[in-house]
Write a protein that binds this ligand. Structure first.
Ligand SMILES: [Zn+2]
Length: 285
């Protein structure tokens, strides 16, 4: 085992944990995105800084292309970051994959949700919006979808592509993650290599990048309020703010709200998303 943390003292206070461990490798692996080069040794448990950042990151390079399984996921999951992108002049694009037909009992729900996402995109300064007609709760990781996603990425030409985290609960969210991952693998083989970043929507996923959205909290609430058709189905706004608050657990007190992401590295794209996810989970042994 070439790389390992040396524990000098144990603590139950994650905020102090980084002071108590020494990284034995000369390289500063915590600065590197993607799966850390840590061997699995059942006698040494990885400390918190291996599993979660203790500082926030700058915005990833633009332009961004965000894939949302449903109209609202982009806002609930990373609306604060999209608002920051607007404020910092980063160009953003959004593709909503499903028609959202099962998100309630209202008539004309597909049209209502398209109107809502159009308004949300306008407020967040998103440069282009596409609403694809894939079936709600029927998103499948088919080769045809991979090809269409790859073509869209190629056409828009983003520096960074966002997709849902692989441990999301809703099957459409996971199907979207696998489909975008496969599309990125196609593009990587062809020499086109945008950054791949997973974002959290309904639950906490593995993260190695936290973005401070404290200053965007009020605006994010305003954008979330646009999704009246979905907010009447559940208390999404409260849940999302709770998740964003939860993501400050390892951060300095000045950060009141944060959104969590996983930035994959190029080597990860040689593996299946399932394999990469299991490598990440192995860090928790
Ligand atoms: Zn969704």
């Amino acid at each position: 085992m070439q790389h390992r943390w040396i524990a000098n003292l144990t603590t139950n206070q994650p905020s102090k944990a980084k002071l108590l461990y020494t990284w034995a490798s000369p390289s500063n692996a915590l600065k590197q995105p993607g799966v850390l080069p840590i061997s699995i040794d059942s006698t040494v448990l990885n400390p918190e800084p291996v599993l979660i950042p203790f500082e926030v990151s700058p915005l990833p390079t633009g332009p961004w292309l965000v894939f949302a399984p449903h109209a609202d996921d982009e806002t609930y999951g990373m609306g604060g970051s999209l608002l920051r992108a607007r404020a910092e002049g980063v160009e953003t694009h959004l593709i909503v994959l499903t028609d959202g037909a099962l998100g309630g009992d209202k008539e004309n729900l597909v049209e209502i949700r398209q109107r809502e996402v159009g308004e949300a995109a306008r407020l967040m300064g998103i440069a282009s919006l596409q609403c694809w007609p894939e079936a709600d709760r029927g998103l499948e990781h088919s080769e045809g979808l991979d090809v269409r996603i790859a073509a869209a990425i190629k056409e828009i030409g983003p520096a960074t592509v966002f997709f849902p985290g692989p441990l999301e609960l809703h099957p459409d969210h996971r199907a979207a993650a696998f489909a975008v991952w496969s599309a990125l693998q196609r593009l990587y083989q062809a020499g086109e290599r945008p950054q791949a970043i997973a974002y959290e929507i309904g639950v906490q996923n593995p993260v190695n990048l936290l973005l401070d959205v404290t200053a965007q909290k009020d605006q994010k609430e305003e954008v979330m309020a646009i999704y009246a058709s979905q907010n009447s189905e559940n208390n999404y706004q409260e849940l999302v703010l709770a998740l964003d608050k939860g993501r400050t657990f390892s951060l300095p007190p000045a950060v009141k709200f944060a959104e969590g992401f996983y930035l994959f590295n190029e080597a990860d794209l040689a593996l299946s998303l399932r394999e990469v996810t299991h490598k990440i989970i192995d860090l928790y042994q």
